[in-house]
Design a protein around this ligand. Structure first.
Ligand code: XMP
Length: 508
């Protein structure tokens, strides 16, 4: 619990989590607080430095988020980014003015003086600008550290006081020297020693969970996905025996998946309840082929089952969720308690009266969540799991979902994952789909009239766009042979050669 801390004060900027992550990448612990956090509370964190985020406001707006002069007089180094720099300048007596036009995009920046923030960085750099207001006069003790053609105060600093500001965004990859700027602030200015690692994060979260929950009890909807699994592992360490995980097995998991989730979590210090609800889900989906309807039915039934189980348990004060940073961005709102919707737990807090929500992974990026999971001893096949839709195989079965179709797809999918999973150069996501097409085939001397399986394998950075993977024919051949030989009921295999867009990753 001794690692050095950088505080990130948030003024409504869209990049605050990214800034916090960049600091963690430099092996320094970072913590995000609201921009208007009282100074005493800030001091309580004993930070080695403070970063002020950007934000959409103008420092002159009536409701502009702010801080006090004292923040800059504590002797703690401060780096203001964009709005953060303008705010610092405004509070310390500089001149900030409304710009006539906005400056947005990558631009060339010239570093004009020798200083600790830009030490070792080439004098000309491409940086990302995104602002309308601009600085027109500096506070006392400050000098210009960088300029662009449209912005004479692209970076400013008062080296003696340890106060720096950059109009550009060092946290985004579009600013080529951004990593070095953040590194320099941390190591040249704040005196960071790089003492943060993932076990430190875990220790801090354990302490926070204990402080929040006290002697009370926590309920977690465990889907078996990476996020809820890591959340469960963390809770079992923080408050052993006061966490109950309800794993609603809707019957649409992949081969052996539900059993392995049970095997892993029933060994941990928590109460693990597996509810086999496959009959119920299948009954609700009878005759339904529309994918959106399937999703809605599965979501509603999930809540129904979870709710029943929670009521049987009696009073549980906290609901835990494996919300991560991506979920917060997707929801577009980080001020309220975000309820993760994709795994069908959205709506639960309205039905069950929880005292609070515990979200220990909030703010972490997916790769960081995986690192936490590995550190907590979760097996790599679980931690490295591919993305998997909450409604599971039900949306990878085109048309009506039946138990027989689920079984067919489970077997075919296991073969696809086994064959492609052996390759060194793996796609980011690969799986099988059971199409609704049946066609004539011939097996031995007999005629068949069986289903067609489609194989999907994509490369992607963010799943918003994706390219189909150029899988070697030999691998496709093995997959096709094995599926048609080993899975009775499938006589044809096709490979999806469509990118996203125009297609999506899932077929649905
Ligand atoms: P699409 O089909 O929209 O999928 O291109 C993009 C990515 O999202 C995954 N996906 C989901 N993930 N819950 C999830 O956690 C869901 O309901 C869900 N639906 C789609 C999909 O597998 C792909 O990786």
């Amino acid at each position: 619990m001794t690692s050095q801390t950088i505080l990130v004060l948030d003024f409504g900027g869209q990049y605050k989590e990214l800034i916090a992550r960049r600091v963690r990448e430099e092996k320094v612990f970072s913590y995000i607080l609201n921009g208007d956090t009282p100074i005493d509370k800030i001091k309580g964190y004993n930070p080695i430095g403070i970063i002020l985020t950007g934000g959409p406001s103008s420092v002159y707006a009536d409701d502009a988020p702010g801080t006090t002069r004292e923040l800059f007089e504590m002797g703690i180094p401060v780096l203001g980014i964009c709005y953060g720099m303008q705010l610092m300048c405004h509070i310390l007596g500089g001149d900030v003015r409304r710009g006539e036009i906005s400056e947005y995009g990558q631009t060339s920046c010239e570093f004009v003086s020798d200083n600790k923030l830009f030490r070792g960085i080439n004098k000309e750099q491409i940086v990302l600008m995104s602002h309308t207001d601009r600085i027109c006069g500096l506070p006392e003790g400050f000098s210009v550290l960088a300029k662009t053609s449209g912005c004479p105060f692209a970076a400013i600093g008062n080296e003696k006081a340890g106060l720096y500001g950059v109009q550009f965004h060092p946290e985004v990859i579009h600013t080529k020297c951004g990593e070095e700027v953040i590194h320099n602030f941390l190591y040249n200015i704040c005196g960071a020693t790089g003492d943060y690692n993932v076990s430190d994060y875990i220790d801090r979260q354990i302490q926070e969970i204990r402080e929040k929950v006290g002697e009370k009890r926590v309920l977690l909807a465990l889907s078996g996905g990476v996020d809820s699994s890591v959340c469960a592992a963390l809770l079992s360490k923080a408050i052993p025996n006061r966490t109950t995980c309800i794993f609603v097995d809707h019957g649409f998991m992949r081969k052996d998946e539900a059993d392995s989730i049970e095997a892993i979590f029933s060994k941990r210090d928590l109460r693990f309840i597996r509810v086999d609800a496959s009959e119920r889900f299948l009954a609700k989906l009878k005759g339904v082929s529309d994918p959106e309807k399937k999703r809605k039915i599965i979501g509603a039934e999930f809540i129904e089952v979870f709710d029943e189980q929670a009521r049987q348990l009696g009073d549980v004060e906290f609901l835990a969720q494996g919300t991560i940073y991506a979920d917060i961005i997707e929801s577009g709102n980080d001020k309220t308690a975000t309820i993760k919707s994709h795994h069908n737990v959205g709506g639960l807090p309205d039905r069950i009266n929880f005292e609070g929500i515990v979200e220990p992974l909030r703010g972490l990026f997916k790769d960081e969540v995986r690192e936490v999971g590995r550190e907590l001893g979760l097996p790599s096949y679980l931690v490295e799991r591919q993305p998997f839709p909450g409604p599971g195989l039900a949306i990878r079965i085109i048309g009506e979902v039946t138990r027989e179709k689920c079984d067919l797809l489970r077997e075919a999918d296991a073969i696809v994952r086994e064959e492609i999973g052996r390759k060194r150069n793996k796609p980011d996501q690969y799986f099988a789909i059971l199409t609704n097409t049946r066609s004539v085939g011939v097996m031995g001397d007999g005629r068949t009239y069986d289903y067609t399986v489609a194989v999907r394998a994509v490369k992607t950075d963010d799943f918003m766009t994706a390219s189909f993977m150029k899988i070697p024919y030999k691998t496709l051949e093995n997959i096709s042979r094995r599926i048609t030989n080993e899975v009775k009921g499938i006589n044809r295999v096709v490979y999806d050669i469509t990118d996203k867009p125009p297609a999506t990753v899932e077929w649905e």
